[in-house]
Design a protein around this ligand. Structure first.
Ligand code: FES
Length: 110
C-alpha cells in the first residue's frame, strides 16, 4: 500500500496517541513533542489497542498487562512484551499525517 493520509495532525494531542484503521491494519499515530510517529496499534503481547495505553516520553505502555514499547524504534522494552512493533514512515504535510505501511520508520530498530 502506498502512503495514506490517516488523520489531521491536530487530531493527535501533543504527547498523545490515537489509532486509525488503514486497510487491514490498525495503526497508532503518536505526537511526541511535535514529532509524529506511527506503529502497528495492536500490542504484540495480546492484541490490545495501544492507543488505550499510556504514553510517557517516547514509551507507550499497554494498558492490558503493562508491557511497553519504545515508539521511535518499535522495540519492546518491558515484559511481558518481547516482540517489537512494526513501525511506519510518517510525514506531516499541510496539516495532514501520512503513513507508509510498506516502509519502516527511519528510527526503527534494524
Ligand atoms: S496485551 Fe499488551 S501487555 Fe499484554
Amino acid at each position: 500500500m502506498a502512503e495514506t493520509q490517516v488523520c489531521a495532525a491536530s487530531d493527535v494531542p501533543e504527547n498523545g496517541v490515537i489509532s486509525r484503521e488503514v486497510g487491514d491494519e490498525l495503526v497508532a499515530i503518536y505526537n511526541i513533542n511535535g514529532t509524529y510517529y506511527a506503529t502497528e496499534a495492536r500490542c504484540t503481547h495480546g492484541m490490545a489497542d495501544l492507543a488505550d495505553g499510556t504514553l510517557e516520553d517516547d514509551v507507550i505502555e499497554c494498558n492490558f498487562h503493562f508491557g511497553a514499547f519504545h515508539v521511535p524504534s518499535g522495540k519492546a522494552v518491558q515484559p511481558p512484551c518481547f516482540i517489537a512493533l512494526k513501525t511506519f514512515k510518517t510525514e506531516v504535510r499541510d496539516g495532514q499525517v501520512f503513513v507508509d505501511l510498506d516502509t519502516p520508520a527511519p528510527t526503527a530498530d534494524a
